[in-house]
Design a protein around this ligand. Structure first.
Ligand code: GLP
Length: 260
């Protein structure tokens, strides 16, 4: 696990640069996209690279991590709509190339299995962008999630519903109780994982993710078992790290050829 502590703009450049490099070597790459506010600057940087440097997603495909259950197709907080607005429609993904779990499916277990199949048939995710919840969730894998979980229905915690009420006009009663989410084992199957954590509210979750024991109580800690994880952290989110000075000096001395 590589932890990089830097200013938000630099973090966005690093994550977008990793995707640019991937698409340079593999134009039909499979990208894992995350919702939430943390990756937004990364998406802005990808759009800039698309417009100014010719970065193309025309042969690429993408999968989102999760989706609320029961939101109508046009609901602005529906994650497929969010990801379409934040990134998919701003670059040149082919129609249908960005997929999300079907939160309106009549048969939820079948929809979850179909999503796992779709990811596998695409060849698996090459690079997964991740955020992290204040309670250490990734995707919507809340505390207590099986570390071996696959795409399934989950019940959101009150903490997460409170955190996400801002996307529902501040009304927690409008936030669904259920979601479909890639499981922790699904996420762990991605070949490179780039997690972005920003803001003081994430400091404890980042400390647990990077320095805590692996535990279902902090689901993101499973990433310690992944061979290629990059954690991009701004200074407020890094404020609880015991190894912060070490990570800063490591990044300052990082060989330029190395990349993420
Ligand atoms: C939601 C999403 C997660 C995201 C988290 C953090 O719960 N399901 O994928 O990581 O929010 O969001 P933010 O980056 O806005 O803090």
């Amino acid at each position: 696990m590589e932890a990089v502590i830097a200013a938000p703009d630099e973090l966005a450049r690093l994550a977008a640069g990793a995707i640019e490099k991937l698409l340079g070597s593999r134009p039909d790459a499979v990208i894992g996209l995350a919702t939430g506010s943390s990756p937004l600057r990364v998406y802005d940087e990808l759009v800039r690279l698309h417009l100014e440097a010719g970065l193309s997603f025309a042969r690429a495909s993408a999968f989102t991590l999760d989706e609320y259950v029961g939101l109508p197709p046009e609901h602005p907080a529906r994650y497929l709509n969010v990801i379409t607005q934040e990134i998919a429609q701003r670059v040149d993904f082919a129609p249908g190339a960005v997929r999300s779990p079907d939160g309106l499916a009549a048969d939820i277990p079948a929809a979850c299995a179909a999503y796992e199949d779709a990811v596998a048939q695409a060849g698996g995710v090459d690079l997964q962008i991740l955020g992290i919840g204040t309670d250490g969730h990734v995707g919507f894998n809340e505390p207590g999630s099986s570390l071996a979980s696959r795409t399934r229905i989950k019940t959101l915690t009150e903490q997460t519903r409170t955190d996400n009420a801002r996307f529902f006009g501040g009304d927690i009663t409008a936030v669904p109780h259920h979601c479909l989410t890639q499981g922790l084992a699904t996420i762990m199957a991605a070949r490179h994982i780039v997690l972005i954590a920003r803001g003081r509210a994430k400091a404890e979750a980042v400390h647990q993710l990077v320095e805590g024991p692996v535990s279902a109580m902090w689901p993101a800690t499973i990433l310690q078992h992944h061979p290629h994880v990059t954690v991009l952290i701004d200074n407020p989110a890094a404020s609880r790290l015991q190894l912060g000075d070490y990570f800063r000096s490591t990044y300052a001395a990082k060989p330029t050829w190395q990349g993420l």
